[in-house]
Design a protein around this ligand. Structure first.
Ligand code: CAA
Length: 382
């Protein structure tokens, strides 16, 4: 077992850290306060090759392994959790699906500009009445001549208002339930495509989240991703890797909170000594450090297995479940260590706490991660 990173991986991590510390950290509080989309960061992220990290260079990406991607994403998440989810959705939910399931002519149009960061992608699975039960898709797609006609409403779509194209799941045959779901690449310029309500959120406020409305949306037949009926498998398979990205986002948020708390505990004095001298604070810091290391090991294991071409359904779910719950605990304790100062916006830990919460919800709630892990465990023993 080798825990060493190679020189290229270290270089990528350091490059992302430098960008995050120099450019994301100074802007994060203001973007959060204004709920302003982080578009100002995207050109530099494109230049640094952060938007299609695992996509081969011939398709516009950086041609790196998943471990390099999570190393970079952790640094970005430390700097700005909103930037991290924008990056994660484009990299793993959008670009990786297109790479795997699209033909070369679709890749020319819908992968190269996205993996190179000129355009932004999104992933439309959730619907107003369809969250955890993803197989219960209500959006429909009917073939009419050389087009599919899509009707339905998607919600909580990360990047929705700013995406140039998105992967949309819809029922082509309702009778078949999950086997009747198909995936489509939908361009924002297609007739019948509309951006609906833009959500106001507790955290990750500099990322954009909206409804997507499809009203007789005309999608060329060739924009079917994979085959008819393959959509659910495609969606689940994509989420297996996507969850490693969210685990990493949670890890980065947790690290940012931990680092702020550790620094504060060496500055703030009470009862004649810095609070870091008190055992109560030391125990919090020790548990934070332990959970961050454990979460990173789970995340790196999942990424490494993916790089070996292995199935990571269980490992991805474990990493996401552990890191997101650890992030909630760590950000909560980081506020506690800051006392009253932790509760006001002058210090960043209240933002970290708000940002952490979504990692227990999107790309599968903690309850769904437990379901995925338990099914895998029971299969092993049956
Ligand atoms: N990979 C490939 N195939 C898979 C799979 C996987 N990970 N998981 C399931 N499948 C296959 C099964 O093998 C089965 O195939 P067969 O019928 O051929 O046997 C089929 O899919 C149905 O599987 P299940 O019976 O397990 O399906 P289910 O209805 O019980 O649902 C679930 C499983 C795990 C609960 C799933 O619905 C799920 O993951 N729900 C959560 C949805 C989710 O994560 N949404 C996030 C939205 S995206 C988002 O948040 C993006 C963002 O903005 C950041």
């Amino acid at each position: 077992m080798d825990f060493q990173l190679n020189d290229e991986q270290k270089m990528i991590r350091d490059m992302a850290r430098q960008f995050a510390q120099n450019e994301l950290v100074p802007a994060a509080a203001e973007l959060d306060e204004k709920s302003e989309f982080l578009s100002r960061h995207l050109p530099k992220m494109a230049e640094l090759g952060l938007m299609g990290m695992m996509i081969p260079t011939e398709w516009g990406g950086s041609g790196l392994d998943m471990l390099s991607y999570v190393l970079a994403l952790e640094e970005i998440s430390v700097g700005c959790a909103s930037t991290a989810v924008t990056m994660s959705v484009n990299n793993s939910l959008y670009c990786s699906s297109i790479l795997r399931f699209a033909n070369d002519s679709l890749k020319e149009k819908y992968l190269i500009p996205f993996a190179s960061g000129q355009k932004l992608g999104a992933y439309c699975l959730s619907e107003p009445g369809t969250g955890s039960d993803a197989a219960n898709q209500q959006t429909t797609a009917k073939l009419s001549g050389d087009k599919y006609i899509l009707n339905g409403r998607k919600n909580f779509i990360t990047n929705g208002p700013h995406a140039d194209a998105m992967i949309v799941y819809a029922m082509t045959d309702k009778e078949k339930r999950h086997k009747g779901i198909s995936a489509f690449i939908v361009d924002k310029d297609f007739p019948g495509f509309y951006v609906g309500k833009i959500e106001k959120k507790l955290g990750i406020r500099a990322s954009s989240t909206s409804e997507i409305i499809l009203e007789n949306c005309e999608v060329p037949k060739e924009n079917l991703l994979g085959e008819e009926g393959q959509g659910f498998t495609l969606a689940m398979n994509t989420l297996d890797s996507g969850r490693v990205g969210i685990a990493t986002q949670a890890l980065g948020i947790a690290r940012a909170a931990f680092e702020a708390a550790a620094r504060y505990s060496l500055e703030r004095e009470a009862f004649g000594q810095v609070i870091g001298q008190f055992q109560a604070i030391q125990h919090y810091l020790a548990d934070m450090a332990k959970d961050i290391d454990a979460g990173r090991l789970l995340t790196h294991r999942a990424a490494w297995l993916k790089d070996q071409g292995k199935d990571i359904n269980r490992e991805g779910a474990m990493a996401k479940l552990f890191c997101s719950e650890a992030a909630m605990w760590i950000t909560n304790k980081a506020i506690q260590i800051h006392g009253g100062y932790g509760y006001i916006t002058e210090y960043p830990v209240e933002r970290f706490f708000r940002d952490a919460k979504i990692t227990e919800i999107y790309e599968g709630t903690s309850e769904i991660q437990r379901l995925v892990i338990a099914r895998s465990v029971l299969k092993e023993f049956s």
